[in-house]
Design a protein. Structure first.
Length: 196
């Protein structure tokens, strides 16, 4: 019985992981249960042993996509003065832009989540809140209210830049969006460090 439950949990995880990667890469509408089950190495009929509906899977996959995609932003120590710069550089990198299936769900999912269930919007909001708190911890400003405003602005710039860089057809413009955002945010860090 224990082995059967372990296998079921492993299968459940494979389904959710496959859906999370697909949602970040292609969006919610692209998720087809039969294709997803085949990708997870399972039969279509086995889907309902794991989920009551496609919507239930989507909610779980969005939650997983948000958690999976946050690792690069959460890397680094709050005491490392270079940590904020590393977060910026990693977030608006070409590698992050070109690999949405393993990237940040906050940048990949806003349009999908805004039309999804309350559970998906709550999960998205929790992740946005975690990112803001992470950035607050990395920003070197004396006033807490200014740090929070700066974190909100910075997260908005990062997510917006990555989303736009993925959406534009012109590769030079896409690169410019990423590089320009990184430079502007680094200037903000330098100004904060200089006390200006």
């Amino acid at each position: 019985m224990g082995s059967s439950q372990t296998e079921k949990q492993a299968s459940h995880k494979r389904i959710v992981d496959a859906a999370a990667a697909q949602i970040r890469r292609d969006g919610v509408d692209a998720v087809r249960v039969s294709d997803l089950m085949r990708e997870a190495g399972l039969t279509h009929g086995g889907f309902y042993r794991h989920f009551g509906s496609r919507e239930e899977l989507i909610d779980a996959a969005i939650d997983q996509a948000l958690a999976d995609g946050s690792r690069q932003t959460e890397a680094g120590e709050d005491t490392d003065p270079a940590a904020l710069g590393k977060v910026i550089d990693g977030y608006v990198s070409k590698a992050h832009r070109d690999n949405p299936q393993v990237g940040c769900g906050v940048a990949a999912l806003p349009a999908d989540v805004s039309r999804s269930s309350s559970a998906a919007r709550e999960a998205y909001g929790r992740q946005v809140g975690r990112y803001i708190e992470r950035l607050v911890g990395l920003i070197r400003r004396p006033r807490a209210d200014a740090k929070r405003d700066e974190a909100v602005m910075m997260l908005s710039a990062l997510v917006g830049a990555l989303s736009m860089a993925r959406a534009v057809e012109d590769p030079e413009l896409s690169d410019e969006i990423l590089a320009g955002t990184a430079r502007a945010l680094h200037r903000r860090i330098d100004e904060d460090a200089a006390g200006t």
